[in-house]
Write a protein that binds this ligand. Structure first.
Ligand code: FAD
Ligand code: NAI
Length: 478
């Protein structure tokens, strides 16, 4: 094997492996260095997303939703289950692990197919040589090896942020890794942080039988979402039984014989102690830049530990790029992937572009929450004149048939030009429905365009059309 590459990618998560494949498609010689070890001690590709993020969490969300549905929501369809619905948690977790393993092996296959050299181990910069190429040492199981790359893509991702004085053992007190693998359903589960992980994994364990209390420092719920959507999500999630306390300040957290006790003050300043069997700490993530040897090549990180990049993910150093969770912007797998493609194409001399305003967000609760573009509160703050159209799933025949009639779609359009500025959904299948809005916004469509497009009947997507028509106050079915 040559130790010289056109492109070296550090990190084989969704940012890194996609960048490596795209660069290889464009004819570059590519190495991808990845060190992640799975619980069996095997080095695997896929990063946070495949191993302890998107994929296992969605597997458990689907399994737990099926369990809850079977236990509680079949009667309205006229179906009864004879006897108690049983949970085999070990099997549920094994199913999730099987999906993870299938997917990570799939990436291994894709790298082979595209002739990307996968080097197993930890990568660190050692120097920049006189030709301007970068030397990287890979420390794996055998002897360390040095490889040289003309272009480097740093895609080292992120890890869970931990709180001082709350040691994570991933058994009683867990971050995302432990929370995806609890070996029994806690009777009482506490969650610190009502963000995306808190709501998704809090929902998983609630559906499986835990009494879940979520403690959130911020005074408002889901501040990044449109206010109307956050209000509806709050209504639905608290109705399902998630107890969410806002404006709290976490005090001492102690492990006890029964589990864990969490002292906190509520938004009025009153002191409380919450006793739980287990605790999930989900208070955001921090970029992975430790031990990368950035100082050896003179690349600094900012005060948040992130690598500073321009809009095409160039760092301050020539031919060094950084993408995904290790740089600014939302920590989302599809954003990391798009940046991977963009950087590979920049290296190839092309002129790609990402419109970050068109990166969708999805929270996979039930109902799901999804949005793209601006919220109403952002448009108000910017002083931009807009029109809003909203349509409820309760008036959609398909949603009623599916017994999934909660929620709505809201479309925001420019008051003068009618350009779609934002779309906000709370509903079943919002993660799929939002794709139409993303496509429309990428093409700078007007709300009228969506209103004129034929949508299949009966389908949830008709609500998108009705929300678009509602912008001009001409919804047809309301
Ligand atoms: P990562 O996936 O973190 O990959 C980085 C890789 O780099 C890792 O494998 C790491 O081992 C490797 N690495 C780091 N340093 C080195 C080094 N020095 N040498 C060699 N290798 C190194 N996003 C979504 O869009 N949708 C979701 O549904 C979703 N669900 C999530 C659920 C959970 C519980 C969590 C925690 C995250 C979720 N995310 C989701 C976020 C998503 O996982 C991340 O945004 C995404 O993985 C970022 O991709 P990345 O390639 O930048 O980094
Ligand atoms: P988050 O940023 O979504 O939420 C963290 C929450 O914790 C915030 O509401 C914050 O106010 C709160 N918080 C912070 N410090 C606190 C403290 N001391 N006490 C109480 N509350 C506190 O982060 P989370 O949930 O950890 O997820 C990390 C990231 O992973 C997300 O931002 C997202 O980018 C990604 N992710 C994406 C998913 C998706 O796309 N569906 C699913 C899960 C994670």
């Amino acid at each position: 094997m040559s130790n010289q590459f056109d492109v070296i990618v550090i990190g084989g998560g969704p940012g890194g492996y996609i960048a490596a494949i795209r660069a290889a498609q464009l004819g570059k010689s590519v190495a991808c260095v990845e060190k992640w070890k799975n619980p069996n001690g095997e080095t695997v590709l896929g990063g946070t997303c495949l191993n302890v993020g998107c994929i296992p969490s969605k597997a458990l969300l689907a399994s737990s939703e099926t369990f809850e549905h079977t236990a509680h929501h079949l009667a309205e369809h006229g179906i009864s289950v004879n006897g108690e619905v049983q949970l085999d948690l070990a099997k549920m977790l094994a199913r999730k692990d099987g999906i993870v393993s299938k997917m990570t092996k799939g990436i291994e296959f894709l790298l082979r197919k595209n002739k990307v050299t996968w080097l197993k181990g930890h990568a660190q910069f050692t120097a920049r040589n006189s030709a301007g190429n970068y030397q990287i040492e890979v420390i794996g199981e055998g002897a360390a090896q040095t490889i040289t790359g003309q272009h480097i893509i740093i895609a080292t991702g992120s890890k869970a942020r931990h709180l001082p004085n709350i040691p994570i053992d991933n058994r009683i007190i867990a971050d995302n890794e432990g929370a995806l693998s609890f070996d029994s359903v806690p009777k009482k589960l506490a969650v610190i942080g009502a963000g995306v992980i808190g709501l998704e994994l809090g929902s998983v364990w609630r559906r499986l039988g835990a009494q879940v209390t979520v403690l959130e420092a911020a005074p408002s719920f889901l501040a990044a979402a449109d206010d109307g959507v956050a209000k509806e999500a709050w209504k639905q999630l608290t109705k399902q039984g998630l107890a969410i306390h806002l404006g709290v300040k976490i005090g001492d957290v102690k492990t006890t014989q029964q589990g864990v006790s969490i002292a906190y003050t509520d938004k009025e300043g009153a002191a409380h102690t919450l006793a739980a069997d287990r605790l999930i700490v989900s208070v955001g993530r921090v970029p992975n830049t430790d031990g990368l040897g950035l100082e050896k090549i003179g690349l600094a990180v900012n005060e948040r530990g992130m690598i500073e990049v321009d809009e095409q993910c160039r760092t301050q150093l020539p031919n060094v790029y950084a993408i995904g969770d290790v740089v600014r912007g939302p920590m989302l797998a599809h954003k990391a992937e798009d940046e991977g493609v963009m950087v590979a194409e920049v290296i190839d001399g092309q002129k790609p572009h990402i419109d970050y305003n068109c990166v969708p967000w999805v929270i996979y609760t039930a109902p799901e929450i999804a949005w793209v573009g601006k919220t109403e509160q952002q448009l108000k703050q910017e002083g931009r004149a807009y029109k809003a159209g909203q349509f409820p799933f309760a008036a959609n025949g398909r949603a009623l048939g599916m017994a999934k009639a909660e929620g709505f779609i809201k479309m925001l359009a420019d008051a003068k030009t009618d350009e779609i500025l934002g779309v906000h959904i709370v509903s079943s299948a919002a993660s799929d429905l939002i794709a139409e809005a993303v496509a429309a916004m990428e093409f700078k469509a007007a709300s009228e365009d969506i209103g004129r497009i034929c949508h299949p009947h009966p389908s949830l997507s008709e609500v998108m059309r009705e929300a678009a028509l509602a912008v001009e106050k001409r919804a047809l079915n309301m």
